[in-house]
Design a protein around this ligand. Structure first.
Ligand code: ADP
Ligand code: MG
Length: 247
């Protein structure tokens, strides 16, 4: 019954000895220190660690919003460290969907228009992009809210619009920075379940930064724990939330 291959496939995503140092005047902050990690495709990875441990920095580097100070990052065929501006823009358009704690929707625009926006920026024709945006909203079960503006939506609904927007260009990698941080725990669980479904049904690679390992433990296929910019541990499968302990 098992369908596992023992063949070594190259990782979908890898960081090799990546460091990120923020230098502000005399202040030097080492946000990531010689950090290495390799992930196969289609994982649901939870990134946990205290505030200030480097979680957001890690996502920013993977989104090519910022360059590492040292080291190599590869995602699929892309070598992020070698990017010029054009490649960086193409990578972000083709490979990455981002989801934020604050949803970051445009308040004056309807749900449909918010989801259409990345398609507008990518130059997709109006008829095509409307259909595509509606389809993405259907995938997050919001077909009944196409014409609503963010203020007319609950927090959970706003986050689902943001997820639909992240799906608009069908990227293989979804990066979510504390996507449940502004939601109550029941709604947060629904958002986590939605992300897990996207990973299972569509083979997306999902990396979720969270404060609450408990919230993602049931669905995460991998847990990466950061401490002070270093990798404290990475568990493959079997995350069992707070019960796992070395004590
Ligand atoms: P986390 O998301 O785990 O809370 P961050 O990645 O945001 O951690 O931050 C890691 C460290 O880097 C923190 O000490 C933070 O203050 C610092 N840091 C983050 N972004 C910047 C920046 N743009 N300039 C200077 N320091 C930063
Ligand atoms: Mg953060």
């Amino acid at each position: 019954m098992t369908n596992r291959t023992t063949q070594a496939t190259p990782p979908f995503l890898s960081l090799e000895k990546v460091s990120k140092i923020y230098q502000r005047g005399p202040n030097r902050v080492v946000a990531l220190r010689t950090f290495s990690l390799a992930l196969p495709a289609a994982q649901f990875t939870a990134v946990v660690g205290r505030s200030g441990s480097g979680k957001s920095t890690l996502l920013h580097l993977l989104a090519a919003l910022d360059h590492p100070t040292e080291g190599e990052i590869t995602v699929g065929p892309w070598r992020l460290s070698a990017f010029d501006r054009r490649e960086q823009a193409r990578y972000r358009r083709e490979m990455v969907g981002m989801i934020f704690q604050q949803f970051n929707l445009i308040p004056s625009m309807t749900a449909l228009a918010n989801v259409e926006l990345p398609l507008v920026l990518a130059g997709v024709a109006p008829a095509v992009r409307q259909a595509r945006a509606a389809e993405c909203l259907e995938r997050v079960e919001l077909s009944h809210r196409l014409d609503h503006r963010p203020t007319e939506l609950s927090g959970g609904e706003q986050q689902r619009v943001a997820i639909a927007r992240a799906l608009a260009l069908d990227p293989p990698l979804l990066l979510a920075d504390e996507p449940t941080g502004n939601l109550d725990s029941v709604t947060g669980k629904q958002i986590v379940a939605l992300l897990a479904r996207l990973q299972r049904e569509q083979g997306k690679s999902i990396i979720v930064v969270t404060h609450s390992l408990e919230e993602v433990a049931p669905v995460a296929t991998r847990v990466v724990e950061l401490h002070d910019g270093s990798l404290l541990r990475t568990d493959e499968k079997g995350p069992r939330g707070a019960t796992e302990s070395t004590g």
